[in-house]
Design a protein around this ligand. Structure first.
Ligand SMILES: Cc1ncc(C[n+]2csc(CCOP(=O)(O)OP(=O)(O)O)c2C)c(N)n1
Length: 587
């Protein structure tokens, strides 16, 4: 049915019809008509942020926690440019968000009007697509198409810039007439069947296979297919940082995280493998190390939705392009059963090769590492970040949704918080955006109101977006914040220690008293300086209704181990000097 509406009303009407229930935003002149029209849409909760970067990270956190499209709104000029980091973060991590920005009146475009900026030009390389809308009758079609683009194929951010006059003027609104064809993403074309056969031949004959599990598994929802593949064929699973949660941490075939700060046994297994089965991952340089020496003896199968990723960094033997869930569903019936995980359907072909020596070898590599683990250090009065994360994991039973920032604490979280379920770790993997965690956690909590949400953040990154503590108070949000306070920009300090002769320039931090700071925002807060104080603090935060900020003052010069130096081969790791138990007298 046709109805006369303003462009601003059409915007909210279309967002409602796209099932949007939350938007994260900040008003200003060029988006005011839209804000005024929002009063008519009480079904949409607007979360008033303190900085537009926060709005984009919240939309991103919302999208990652829910699998739905997150929405952020800002005004023209500085409002729009403040969104850039959040949009780039979403782009690098394939997160579906739609950002709506106001633009100056269409007659003013190009005249350097007050708060005019070419935001479609600026965001061209960091969006899947973007639009400049100058007429009310364009709004509906653009919004529908933007949502379709954001969530289809390889998901990502879309920006809609709407001029003030397009928001103010009226036109007939007809939702049905704006229907965009849900054209399947191009990669939905099936790979030729001979490619499937080649992949199966490689899988069924490999002696030392490893699955590389990436973020695409979570995005396509291929969890059960990946698990079936691993169990059926008896193949161990290594995860990228963003792939954490794609395979249960407690599963006997789980290896853990790979790459620059991956566990030593994982990287060794990859280097010794004769087959890598890469699922929804893009062979990021932090994952591969030196490409010339990466997995030198392995044939490679790459299953990926984005054809541009295939053969980009690592040449592969077989590429299966398409939605991971459908590709794996097609592949699974032909995968031969390994004896290690015998299954009921015993009529299926069985693996000819014996993979138990391979699995036994990996178990041996794992055992050798335990002596270097900081966890085995007796309590020497110092508080280590790994202990904080580990206690947090135990106290929450591994069931919390953890949102991390970027730095050492991010890697310790990946190593010591064992995630069983998908979408329980949210982190900026691709762009590595400090300041991401606090706002992304707010968005995640909005998407999963029943989840126990913890922010794990460094003292540096926390200060980049800590203004959003005010949003937490205003919107009455119940999350907990663990600041891993080492008095340094820790990860950069670590690089200075290892590679710049301990010249700690511009990395020591003079911090505010985080406990008092959080209290000034009206929040419950604590400071912990001893290992014995971690569990009581976590328990107090969990039993307190509303947000608690805990300032964990940890060892200042601890480093994340192992570490593959940038550009080195994956097996050339800097290891924590060990065994630690013999050097534990440094009280
Ligand atoms: C916006 C931004 N600026 C700079 C960096 C470079 N960087 C990566 S890690 C890091 C240090 C982070 O320090 P902190 O937040 O205290 O966490 P820690 O490493 O100590 O756990 C820096 C500066 C970045 N990733 N993002």
């Amino acid at each position: 049915m046709k109805k006369k509406m303003t462009g601003a009303e059409i915007l909210w009407e279309c967002l409602s019809r796209e099932q949007v229930t939350h938007v994260f935003g900040y008003p200003g002149g060029a988006i005011l008509p839209a804000y005024d029209a929002l009063c008519k849409y009480p079904n949409i909760r607007h979360v008033l942020v303190r900085h537009e970067q926060g709005a984009t990270h919240m939309a991103d956190g919302y999208a990652r926690a829910s699998g739905r499209v997150g929405v952020a709104v800002a005004t023209s000029g500085p409002g729009a440019t403040n969104m850039v980091t959040g949009i780039a973060t979403a782009m690098m991590d394939s997160s579906p968000i739609v950002c709506v920005t106001g633009q100056v009146g269409s007659k003013l475009i190009g005249l350097d009007a007050f708060q005019e900026i070419d935001i479609t030009g600026i965001t061209l390389p960091i969006t899947k697509h973007n639009y400049l809308v100058t007429r009310a009758d364009e709004v509906a079609g653009v919004v529908r198409e933007a949502f379709m683009i954001a969530r289809s194929g390889r998901p990502g951010p879309v920006l809609i810039d709407i001029t003030k006059d397009a928001q103010q003027s009226s036109c007939e609104f007809d939702w049905e007439a704006t229907r965009t064809p849900e054209h399947p993403p191009r990669p939905d074309r099936r790979a030729p069947s001979e490619d499937y056969q080649r992949a199966l031949d490689l899988i069924n004959s490999a002696q030392r296979p490893v699955i590389l599990a990436g973020h695409g598994i979570l995005l396509s929802g291929a969890l059960s297919q990946v698990r079936e593949l691993a169990e059926k064929a008896g193949v161990p699973v290594a995860m990228t940082l963003l792939g954490i949660g794609a395979f249960p941490a407690s599963h006997p075939l789980n290896l853990g995280m790979m790459g620059m700060h991956g566990e030593a046994w994982v990287n060794h297994a990859i280097q010794e493998a004769d087959l890598l089965i890469a699922l929804g991952m893009r062979f990021d340089d932090r994952v591969t190390g030196n490409l010339k020496t990466y997995a030198p003896n392995a044939r490679k199968i790459h299953v990926e939705i984005d054809p541009a990723e295939v053969n980009k960094n690592v040449p592969v033997d077989v590429a299966l392009i398409g939605d991971l869930r459908s590709v794996l569903s097609d592949l699974l019936p032909g995968v031969a059963i390994s004896d290690r995980y015998p299954r009921a359907e015993s009529r299926e072909p069985r693996v000819e090769v014996d993979r138990s020596p391979w699995l036994a070898h990996i178990a041996e590599l794992k055992g050798e590492v335990a002596v270097r683990d900081i966890q085995n250090l007796p309590d020497n009065g110092h508080l280590y970040a790994a202990h904080v994360i580990s206690d947090l994991w135990r106290e929450t039973g591994g069931n919390a949704l953890v949102v991390t920032d970027v730095g050492q604490h991010q890697m310790w979280e990946a190593q010591y918080y064992h995630h069983e379920d998908p979408r329980t770790l949210i982190t900026s993997g691709g762009l590595g955006t400090m300041g991401f965690a606090l706002p992304a956690a707010i968005g995640a909590k909005m998407a999963q109101p029943d989840a126990e949400v913890w922010v794990v953040v460094g003292d540096g990154g926390f200060q980049m977006t800590m203004c959003e503590l005010a949003t937490i108070v205003q919107e009455n949000i119940d999350i907990n914040v663990a600041i891993i306070n080492n008095g340094y920009l820790g990860m950069v300090r670590q690089w200075q220690e290892f590679f710049y002769d301990r010249r700690y320039h511009a990395t020591p931090l003079v911090n505010p008293d985080f406990e008092k700071l959080a209290q000034a925002f009206g929040l419950h807060a604590m400071t912990v300086t001893q290992r014995s104080g971690v569990v009581p603090a976590v328990q107090a935060a969990r039993s307190h209704r509303g947000t608690t900020v805990i300032n964990f003052c940890v060892e200042q010069e601890d480093s994340v181990f192992p570490m593959v130096p940038a550009g080195a081969s994956l097996h050339e790791m800097i290891r924590r000097p060990g065994p630690l138990v013999e050097t534990a007298s440094d009280t």
